[in-house]
Design a protein around this ligand. Structure first.
Ligand code: PBG
Length: 309
């Protein structure tokens, strides 16, 4: 029997995510895990370690090579952190499944302070995320932010060596790696809005591959799909500005989706935000996200975006 080929990056987090997808698929369909083959694909975002990704530029630094393999039929499905995906997918590919979302919050890790507020004046914080950098500066303009890349293990070693006083990482990734014991505290979303897509694993497949679409639809989580539809529509409406810090989160209630989106200047001193609610439908979620993104684009004006490119 030919195996179903799952494409993924080779990082520890990506591998954990691919294994989770395989476990869920084999369990829901009563298939042997042997029916799936996990293929590791090298991506540019993993090869470049010495620069912030916003400087490497381009879209899909963590997904391009995987998407090429998918389009070429070398793999049948791709597993991604939705946060790392471009807002517009290559022709012929689509997100066909979202796994139930993990916790969306950012985690604060520091050997010297319990929370961001408790860091000493002028403390050095490591982060290469424009969003985290801007939100930190907004809370604490005195902090010095330095570039901080590499896998979670490398970052923890730098933290222990005292290179920086603190760093921030997605709680979801740390939990998936079984490293949440290293977390000092969690950043509440009202003060520190997560990145669109944070905490959600998705599966991408070919539009015309009906068999794979049906296979993965069985493990789709409807609430995560609603939230991510809103967040990705928001991102798409703001597109063309990968050097603008963007945050956005949709939350599913009993009879409505609530959304909050934000764009910031790199120093965090200027920010525009939008909030809205809509009914529990994919179309309403998409329309709401798009409207919020367009509104922020108008509020901020073109100069705000051009300034950073
Ligand atoms: N850009 C790296 C990346 N992409 C997804 C996650 C975490 C897992 C997730 O959000 O699903 C991370 C690491 C981090 O931000 O700490």
């Amino acid at each position: 029997m030919t195996k179903i080929r799952i494409g993924t990056r080779g990082s520890a987090l990506a591998m954990a995510q691919a294994h989770e997808v395989r476990a869920r698929l084999s369990s829901v369909h009563g298939m042997d895990e042997e029916a799936f083959e996990i293929k590791v694909i090298s991506v540019l975002g993993d090869r470049v370690q010495d620069r912030p990704l916003s400087e490497v530029g381009g879209k899909g630094l963590f997904s391009k090579e995987i998407e090429l393999a998918l389009s070429d039929g070398e793999i049948d499905l791709a597993v991604h952190s939705t946060k790392d995906m471009a807002s517009v997918l290559p022709d012929g590919l689509e997100i066909t499944c979202y796994l139930p979302r993990e916790d969306v919050r950012d985690a604060f890790l520091s050997p010297v302070a319990k929370r961001v507020q408790d860091l000493p004046q002028g403390a050095v914080v490591g982060s290469s995320s424009l969003r985290r950098q801007a939100l930190l500066k907004r809370m604490r303009p005195d902090l010095e932010i330095v570039m901080f890349r590499g896998n979670v293990q490398t970052r923890m070693a730098k933290l222990e060596a005292g290179d920086v006083a603190a760093t921030l990482l997605a709680n979801a990734g740390l939990r998936r790696l079984g490293m949440d014991h290293a977390i000092t505290s969690l950043m509440e979303v009202d003060k520190f809005l997560p990145a669109p897509g944070q905490g959600a694993i998705c599966i991408e497949s070919r539009e015309d591959d009906v068999a794979t679409r049906e296979l993965v639809a069985a493990i789709n989580d409807g609430d995560t799909e609603l939230a991510l539809t809103a967040e990705r529509a928001f991102l798409r409406a703001l597109d063309g500005s990968c050097r603008t810090p963007i945050a956005g989160l949709a939350q599913i209630g009993t009879d409505a989706i609530s959304f909050k989106g934000m764009i910031l200047s790199e120093d965090g001193q200027t920010a525009y935000d939008a909030a809205d609610t809509c009914s529990l439908s994919v179309d309403a979620a998409r329309a709401m996200g798009e409207k919020a993104g367009t509104a922020l684009r108008q509020q901020a004006g073109d100069d705000f975006f051009q300034h950073w490119t």
